[in-house]
Design a protein around this ligand. Structure first.
Ligand code: FES
Length: 497
């Protein structure tokens, strides 16, 4: 009888029984892992970490690993087979994790610090030499809570409705300790003085062990917004004198990741108004200057993540990630140069801009062609419903921005810069965000800033506590839905202008 083994994929927590000798490539492909160099063992993009069990290597595999600077327990999935029960961590999920290497000004201090960004999907921590500002080591990982849902709403549901809050707290604290321990190994003699942690409101509550029940229903307010301090021992860490602080949040669904973003953009010191936008299922928007800062969150829906779209998918192998017109012909860029399997958020924005340009969609968002399917390839197409989903998402962001700017009493022309944070923002085509009316600012004002949460948290390691207090005092959280004009503004922004 054919022998079978169990493969467990972390942090997904997926267990699969497969016949002995099954190429790992076949298994991982179905989980969205891509093979960028076409399995030639050249790029390292398919690397996996063997957490338990054995994945054997032959001489050519070993040589390829060495060339890529990878040692045990790393393997290349494109060169590996299943020969026993194994637990694997998929390294490629790390490549979607935005670390940060933006230079910034700082006042040197003695010792080391750790900046930790806890995202809903990904985690990244940097160990920083506070004297030189150098990032000494980086740890990345996937949020282990992801097995209970991909977004904050499903985490709230699991915590509140299914009594899973303790489990979610345990998972994230364990992962935090594991990643921090690895960083602490680099500076055994001089343990860091401080570890600063930033995350959205739900991550803040789950990490700190606060009740999420108030966040599960209108008005989504919470009384646990302040910073939360731990000793190293409380989180199972050996560095006795290290203080661990989860930075305070700014309001319901506007977390300390955005507080750190305000620090990273220099908004609280800018004379001219500055805008910060984090695009995602829950879009966060901040408008402000050194006098006054307004922030809000808006439910943009999952269209930007390729969800709720007929052929939508994550930005992974086979996803159309950008669309353009060259000499009158529509061209797609497909991740991994494979056959297109679907479309991700950045591709969706481009595709809508292109179809608007061609007149296949009118300004109201109606598909004008006889066939309701707008084809990008013979297999991949958009539907009328997809166009509507994108309209809802872009209107949520555009309306939030409009309301905050009206409240501040400023026009788009007075805004000095618009900073876009987050992984999705890094890949979008700015011209097309203007074309569809998502961001109505001149392109030269828009700056893709990457992981502002991590950058701001790192900057906070060098600052006195007053800097954070100053931002908190200047910042007011607004509920967009309670604005009497919200519905009208939302309807106006549904139109493609
Ligand atoms: S796909 Fe490039 S190394 Fe495996």
């Amino acid at each position: 009888m054919e022998k079978h083994f169990t493969v467990r994929l972390e942090p997904l927590g997926k267990k699969i029984r497969v016949p002995a000798g099954t190429p790992l490539k076949d298994i991982l492909f179905s989980y969205g892992v891509e093979f960028p160099c076409g399995s030639k063992a050249l790029c390292g993009g398919c690397r996996i970490k063997v957490l338990e069990g054995e994945v054997s290597v032959d001489t050519s595999h070993r040589r390829a690993l060495e060339k890529l600077g990878l040692s045990d327990p790393w393997r290349l999935a494109c060169r590996s087979q299943v020969t026993g029960d194994v637990v694997l961590e998929i390294g490629q999920f790390d490549t979607f994790i935005l670390a940060d290497s933006t230079p910034f000004r700082f006042r040197p201090r003695a010792g080391y610090g750790i900046a930790f960004d806890i995202g809903t999907t990904t985690l990244v921590a940097q160990l920083v030499n506070l004297q030189s500002g150098e990032v000494v080591a980086v740890e990345t990982g996937v949020n282990p809570q992801a097995r209970y849902g991909g977004d904050v709403i499903s985490r709230i549901e699991y915590a509140v409705l299914q009594g899973g809050a303790d489990e979610l707290t345990r998972l994230i604290r364990e992962k935090f300790s594991k990643m921090t321990r690895r960083l602490l190994c680099k500076v055994k003699e001089v343990p860091p003085e401080k570890i600063l942690v930033a995350g959205n409101t739900v991550m803040h509550h789950l990490f700190c062990g606060h009740d999420l029940t108030p966040m599960a229903a209108y008005p989504f307010e919470t009384s646990h917004g302040g910073e939360c301090c731990f000793t190293a021992g409380e989180l199972g860490l050996p560095a006795d004198h290290t203080e661990i602080v989860f930075l305070p949040i700014l309001g319901s669904f506007v977390g300390s990741d955005i507080l750190a973003g305000i620090l990273a953009t220099g908004m609280a010191e800018s004379e001219q108004p500055v805008v910060l936008v984090d695009l995602g299922t829950n879009g966060e928007i901040v408008v402000g200057n050194r006098e006054h800062i307004l922030c809000a969150s808006t439910a943009a829906g999952p269209a930007f993540e390729g969800t709720n779209i007929r052929m939508g998918m994550r930005a992974t192998t086979g996803a159309i990630s950008s669309v353009m017109v060259e000499n009158g012909t529509v061209r797609n860029h497909i991740i991994g140069n494979e056959q297109a399997r679907g479309i991700c958020g950045s591709g969706l924005i481009d595709a809508i801009a292109v179809f608007l340009e061609k007149g296949d969609i009118d300004l109201g968002g109606r598909v004008t062609t006889e066939d309701e399917r707008l084809h990008l390839t013979p297999q991949v197409y958009l539907t009328q419903k997809d166009v509507r989903e994108l309209q809802l998402a872009k209107s949520a962001i555009a309306s939030g921005l409009q309301i905050l700017m009206e409240e501040m009493g400023i026009s788009a022309g007075e805004v000095k810069n618009v900073f876009i944070s987050g992984a999705f923002g890094t890949f979008i085509n700015l011209e097309n965000t203007r074309r569809i009316g998502l961001l109505k600012f001149p392109e030269e004002k828009i700056i893709k800033m990457g992981n502002t949460a991590l950058l701001g948290t790192k900057m906070a390691l060098f600052e006195e506590e007053e800097v954070i207090r100053d931002i908190l005092e200047k910042t007011v959280h607004l509920s967009l839905e309670s604005n009497p004009r919200f519905q009208d503004i939302f309807a106006e922004n549904m139109i493609f202008t």
